[in-house]
Design a protein around this ligand. Structure first.
Ligand code: SF4
Ligand code: SF4
Ligand code: SF4
Length: 190
């Protein structure tokens, strides 16, 4: 039911955590600006209660937008790539990056990490379309899960490498200490 843009505007780290919080009665159901009044009405109907207005402290429901990278200014740092929850950006280190417009949800999460401010949000020119949003949701959910999985694997790899490097440093220190001890023993007068 939630749009699956994973934008975090509801105050949770994604649509699923927010849905869980609503289900537990820990969060009001009017905190999702991308879903807007339509999603609020759908949740209210599901719960058999009255709809309430969107809590605009979490943002406003806007017309569809898409991110665009000013490619001549992009330095290829890859920070936006890691920030995009649905993998809508392609590029490689030190090379220009591009947004795949058809995959972009307009969540704007790629803007803050860009060190040269070369990403801009633009209106797509389309009207809000709840049916389209509903159709796109399963694919967005899958892309988010794939993104999270890859991120978790990269983190694990980084931790493994750090642990190996620490073990190697420790072994070097012990080896050197052993060599020094052997030299001391060899030099000891009988
Ligand atoms: S789309 Fe709605 S529910 Fe999902 S993260 Fe954004 S604000 Fe939260
Ligand atoms: S490209 Fe930017 S605005 Fe579009 S989905 Fe990814 S993070 Fe969101
Ligand atoms: S964060 Fe900005 S500079 Fe870095 S790759 Fe993305 S668009 Fe280019």
């Amino acid at each position: 039911m939630l749009p699956q843009t994973q934008c975090g505007q509801c105050g949770y780290s994604g649509c699923r955590p927010y849905a869980d919080a609503i289900a537990r009665g820990e969060a009001p159901f009017n905190q999702c600006p991308p879903g807007g009044d339509e999603v609020i009405a759908e949740i209210a109907a599901l719960l058999g209660i009255s709809a309430i207005p969107l809590n605009t402290a979490h943002g406003l429901t806007t017309l569809p937008t898409v991110a665009r990278i000013k490619e001549s200014e992009c330095i290829g740092c890859t920070l936006c790539l890691a920030a995009c929850p649905v993998d809508a950006i392609v590029g490689a280190r030190k090379l220009m990056h591009t947004v795949i417009a058809a995959e972009c949800t307009g969540c704007a999460l790629c803007l803050p990490p860009c060190p040269v401010d070369c990403i801009v949000m633009e209106l797509t020119g389309a009207e809000r379309d709840r049916n389209q949003q509903r159709n796109d949701a399963p694919q967005l959910r899958e892309r988010f899960h794939a993104h999270q999985l890859r991120h978790a694997k990269r983190e694990q790899l980084r931790r493994d490498r750090a642990a190996s490097a620490a073990a190697a440093r420790k072994k070097t220190i012990i080896d050197k200490a052993l060599v020094r001890a052997k030299v001391r023993l060899a030099n000891r007068k009988p």
